[in-house]
Design a protein around this ligand. Structure first.
Ligand SMILES: Nc1ncnc2c1ncn2[C@@H]1O[C@H](COP(=O)(O)OP(=O)(O)OP(=O)(O)O)[C@@H](O)[C@H]1O
Ligand SMILES: [Mg+2]
Length: 363
């Protein structure tokens, strides 16, 4: 009988004690309740992409932070990957917007549209008797007013309780570090809009720095460089592809995928043109941004209390965020700091996994 009930309602019987001894534990575990009435969510509301983590399921959505809007009616046309495909390709009446460029909420209304759409897509339900819990991680440059705005948007989308959290802390949690212990950890999260560098110990941030340089700035630098050196105009999606396929953070270039074809518009003739570029060229294009990231890491190390520095010497640096995948960025930081640098297993998912872990403890 109990087995049938458990299977039907997805109740975790571990917590159900018929003799009532475990009164402090919930009679039906959270997993069961959320399974029946709704789900709790962790959201990585990033500048480049939004990831949604559903409690008990893991990451269920991963979409670029792009919204396409009809200029005339103000209505949403597409969100996520579908909208990203429209970037730089829209006819006059459609705009494809990245509402959170540069690590801040540049366009609040569109951010709200995106958050609501993705929460609905993730299956959030508004029940009068069950309050869905939502943990949202926002870009680090966001102001208090914008933070409140994000909370409001989550409530409007059906969340019952909302908690907003800081990125490096959640990234470290998602990367599997023990951040509650007394030992120091240094986390470098290279996102689309910002790079967050923080030393964490005893469950809090001891020293941190957030710089407005990340994957997007690398793309912009590639666009500028190719325009200057080759008189070729390329779009931001092409620039991102160049960074992923032949980008490199060390001057000697990369061993694999050494050269690719790049198409764009010739600035002199106005006609389409193709060039070939390799990873040594992309290093020169991205150099300034890489240096900004490296000097941010050095700055945090200089301001770190000596006991924690000693811990970091032993454990090294952990990198998270999509920018951690830029070829040899770990090697470069290691060369310049003399420390061991490890890239987290799935760096793009760390923040979302971290918000998922917080769902258990932060309400
Ligand atoms: N394989 C790869 N190589 C290089 N860069 C990559 C790779 N995959 C993703 N990126 C870059 O990582 C960036 C996105 O990372 P991420 O999803 O962590 O950012 P975000 O969390 O949305 O941004 P932020 O934390 O600044 O708000 C983009 O600039 C993207 O181009
Ligand atoms: Mg991020």
């Amino acid at each position: 009988m109990f087995n049938i009930l458990r299977d039907k309602l997805n109740i975790d019987l571990k917590y159900v004690k018929l003799n009532g001894v475990d009164r402090d534990k919930p009679l039906i575990a959270r997993k069961g309740v959320s399974g029946m009435f709704g789900t709790d969510f962790g959201i990585d509301l990033g500048t480049a992409s939004v990831l949604v983590y559903a409690y008990g399921k893991g990451i269920i959505l991963h979409e670029p932070s792009v919204v396409a809007i009809d200029r005339n009616t103000g209505k949403r046309i597409a969100v996520g990957e579908e909208a990203r495909m429209m970037l730089g390709r829209t006819p006059g009446n459609i705009m494809a917007i990245r509402p959170m460029r540069d690590g801040v909420i540049a366009d609040y209304q569109t951010t709200e549209v995106m958050l609501k759409y993705l929460l609905k897509k993730a299956g959030i339900k508004n029940w009068p008797f069950y309050k869905n819990r939502v943990v949202v991680c926002i870009p680090s440059g966001v102001t208090e007013v914008e933070e409140r705005a994000v909370k409001q948007a989550a409530y409007k989308a059906g969340a019952g309780r909302v908690k907003v959290v800081e990125e490096p802390f959640v990234a470290a949690l998602g990367a599997g570090l023990d951040i509650n212990g007394p030992e120091g950890n240094l986390v470098v999260d290279v996102g689309g809009g910002t790079t967050d560098i923080a030393v964490l110990s005893l469950g809090g941030i001891v020293t941190k720095r957030s710089i407005r340089s990340g994957g997007d700035k690398m793309d912009e630098a590639i666009i500028r460089f190719i325009r200057r050196e080759y008189n070729l105009m390329i779009g931001e999606r092409t620039a991102e592809e160049i960074k992923i396929r032949v980008g490199c953070a060390i001057p000697e270039g990369r061993k694999d995928n050494d050269e690719i074809e790049v198409r764009g518009r010739d600035l002199v003739t106005g006609l389409p043109k193709t060039i070939r570029i390799n990873s040594k060229v992309t290093y020169r294009a991205m150099e300034e941004i890489i240096e900004a990231i490296v000097s941010g890491v050095k700055d945090v190390l200089e301001r770190t209390p000596p006991e924690l520095s000693a811990d970091i010497m032993g454990k090294g640096i952990i990198m998270t965020g999509g920018g951690a995948l830029v070829d040899s960025l770990d090697v470069r930081i290691s060369r310049e700091t003399g420390l061991v640098v490890n890239v987290a297993d799935d760096p793009i998912s760390c923040v979302a996994i971290g918000t998922g872990k917080l769902l258990k403890t932060s309400f």
